[in-house]
Ligand binder design. Sequence first.
Ligand code: ATP
Length: 244
Amino acid sequence: MGIKIDNLTGGYGQISVLKNVTFDVKDGEIVGLIGLNGAGKSTTINHIIGNLIPFSGSIKLNNISLEDKPALYKRQIAYIPEMPIFYDELTLKETLELTMLAYNLNRDNTWIKAHKLLKKFRLDNKLNWYPSDFSKGMQQKVMIVNAMITDAKVLIIDEPFIGLDPLAVNDFLELIKEKKEKGVSILMSTHVLSNAEKYCDRFVFMNKGKVIIEGDLKEIRNYASCENKSLNDIYLSLVGNNND
Ligand code: ATP
């Protein structure tokens, strides 16, 4: 089950960006969404989280579509955006409480989880602060804690590493691994291909709104005839050939 995208064509208003995008993310799998600036990664994510409506094709999360059951569809998703987003008038404590309400989570149990995560990210003494006053990295950490306290079966992460210190990157990657072990389907868009190579089970390479190749590292190496090359080198050779 997990995420299933079939022949998705979509974009903004009348502007078509994605063309027949098809891929899936199974339960307990981390898939890396890889592509140059403007390739269509965020647009794909915007479609999955329901911010954009497909022109054609379909998106299902554990067999549920947005049209059929919008509330259930959205409650399955935890989303860590590229740019942190907050309600300016809510403190960190209230921000997390709002997430607990929105996802119908048990407050006591979830606060136990939240306190551990806040301590890990050195935010445990900031509960009464407003996240809008935090540094970019601290804001990104709030987004991570917010997503990690949910029981969402689908985790969507858009370029998570920018702004995080190396310790936080490490902690974050370990948290993603824990979610994977619990069977969560994880789609992660990133330009940091060394992390993608280490942590993702499969990769979807996009270029100009299309999927140009997908598979695990071995399949991608075979496709690109690049034995033993890193994901970064394979990617450079593939986009070089597809970028005319
Ligand atoms: P990056 O790595 O820079 O984040 P990306 O792969 O996420 O890039 P998208 O943001 O999906 O790329 O952009 C894909 C295309 O959609 C680009 O041509 C971009 O100009 C266009 N686009 C993005 N946002 C909008 C918008 N709000 N309205 C119209 N076109 C948009």
